[in-house]
Every structure is written in structure tokens, then in C-alpha cells.
Design a protein around this ligand. Structure first.
Ligand SMILES: C[S@@+](CC[C@H](N)C(=O)[O-])C[C@H]1O[C@@H](n2cnc3c(N)ncnc32)[C@H](O)[C@@H]1O
Length: 241
């Protein structure tokens, strides 16, 4: 039953499969070989979160930390119960399970008060958001949160575009790569579903073609702004003298 934009589809927790995680990781790592931090925005029952913890340090997955945010308390509680049962059945893994338990953040990812989410997003190198069924206003709010919190080195992989193009802001979240997940990557369909890879870009030169020609980290934006201010001041002084 379609309950998409306007309905409750955004809260549908259908999960991605390991094939999708492999794709997200490879695209998000983008050739980087150092340990990378993963965050799942809207992590549902936490299946990809557990997978990321299990794969930590294995060949091809140099995962330093894995965290996830979920708004639905029932999913969080089900995950906690599952972890509890697993811990009882396998006490040898108690410390590892504690680590996974702490990595699940129960919060609204777009709430300005969700400090734990903002911190996790700030630290993340690869951010996954399975947002195909999010309504446009939620996607816009997520994009805005990412623009404010994510680091310049981070890559966002999503199933719907996360574009933030507020007028007058120097930093934007821009899709740079569209692709298709392989068939059988998602639990709800055997079909290939679309994927998007986005980064923060800086609007420096827009030669009227609506596209950025330049990508720069956040600190460069502040530096450029300071330089522009200094050069305006010295021009004003030169005119005044
Ligand atoms: C399609 S599921 C994705 C589950 C998992 N990440 C995956 O890839 O399979 C989307 C999840 O986002 C959660 N969600 C929706 N809005 C949210 C919000 N504002 N804050 C946190 N989670 C949210 C939903 O409850 C749902 O569990």
C-alpha cells in the first residue's frame, strides 16, 4: 500500500541488504584506504549498523566507527531486545554488543536539539540515508542538517536526492554521482533502485550554467570570506585616501 509523500512512508523501516552496504561503502570510501567512520541516518532495526560493526577491520572494510540514528522508539526497543538476547546467548561478545548498543541513537535526525546526531554526523566519513520514501520537506530538512553538520571530507550516499540550494549560502550539498544499486540490494524489491552520491561543495564560480566548478573544504570558505572582506576594506581605504 502506497503511503508515500504526505503519508507515513518515511517511517517505513524496510532495510537494505548487505549487497547495498558493500555498494555504499565502496562509493563512500571513494578510494580512501584509511579507517573511515560510518553513520546510518534512519537506521531502522539497525541491520546495516550491526553489519558495519561485524565488518569492522575486515579486509575491504576499514571501518573505524559505526553509528546510526532512528526516530522510531519501537524499532530501537526491538533492536535493544535483540541485542540483550544475543548477549545472554553469547556472553563472550558482551563488550562488542555493548559497543553496538551505544552506537544506536534514538532521535529525530532533523531536530536542532539532537546533539548526539549532529556530533555523529560531524565525525562521519560515509553517511548513508535510505530516504527514497521521505517526503520532500523531510529530505530538504535532512539536506539542511547535513549542510550544517557534515564535514567537507564526508560523502553522503542516499536513495533519493539530497540537494540543499538555499540562496546566498556558500556551502551546498550537491549530488555528484547518480547510479543504480545492483538488483537484490534492497529487501522490498529485487529490482535495481537508484542511488545518489553527494558532497558539500562551495559555490565559488557559477558561470551561468548552474553548476559548480570548484569544490573546497569548509575552512576555505571562511578563509575566502575573510580575504574578500579584507580586500573590500583595503579598496575602501584606497578610495578614501
Ligand atoms: C527505509 S528505512 C532505512 C533503514 C536502514 N537504514 C536501511 O538502509 O535499510 C528509513 C528509516 O528512517 C527513519 N526515519 C524517518 N524519519 C526520521 C527522522 N526524522 N529521524 C530519524 N529517523 C527517521 C524511519 O523510521 C525508517 O526506519
Amino acid at each position: 500500500m502506497w503511503d508515500g509523500p504526505g503519508g507515513q512512508a518515511a517511517l517505513n523501516c524496510k532495510e537494505a541488504l548487505p549487497a547495498a552496504f558493500q555498494h555504499v561503502w565502496t562509493l563512500g570510501a571513494d578510494g580512501r584506504t584509511e579507517p573511515l567512520s560510518f553513520h546510518d541516518l534512519g537506521c531502522g532495526y539497525g541491520s546495516l549498523l550491526v553489519l558495519a560493526h561485524v565488518l569492522k577491520g575486515t579486509q575491504n572494510f576499514n571501518i573505524s566507527t559505526a553509528t546510526g540514528t532512528e526516530i522510531r522508539a519501537d524499532l530501537h526497543d526491538a533492536f535493544m531486545r535483540w541485542l540483550h538476547d544475543f548477549q545472554e546467548a553469547a556472553p563472550l561478545f558482551a563488550t562488542a554488543v555493548d559497543d553496538i548498543r551505544r552506537s544506536f541513537i534514538l532521535a529525530d535526525m532533523i531536530s536542532p536539539d539532537a546533539v548526539a546526531v549532529q556530533t555523529a554526523v560531524r565525525q562521519a566519513d560515509i553517511i548513508w540515508c535510505n530516504n527514497m520514501l521521505f517526503p520532500p520537506e523531510l529530505n530538504a530538512a535532512v539536506a539542511n542538517m547535513l549542510r550544517q553538520c557534515m564535514s567537507a571530507r564526508a560523502v553522503v550516499v542516499s536513495t533519493a536526492e539530497l540537494q540543499c540550494m538555499e540562496q546566498g549560502t556558500p556551502l551546498e550539498l550537491r549530488t555528484q554521482n547518480r547510479f543504480m544499486f545492483p538488483p537484490d540490494s534492497m529487501s522490498w524489491t529485487g529490482n535495481a533502485v537508484p542511488g545518489f552520491m553527494s558532497r558539500l561543495t562551495t559555490r565559488v564560480h557559477d558561470h551561468g550554467n548552474g553548476r559548480d566548478d570548484h569544490t573546497a573544504p569548509r575552512r576555505d570558505v571562511a578563509r575566502d570570506r575573510t580575504r574578500r572582506r579584507q580586500s573590500r576594506t583595503s579598496r575602501a581605504q584606497a578610495i578614501g585616501s
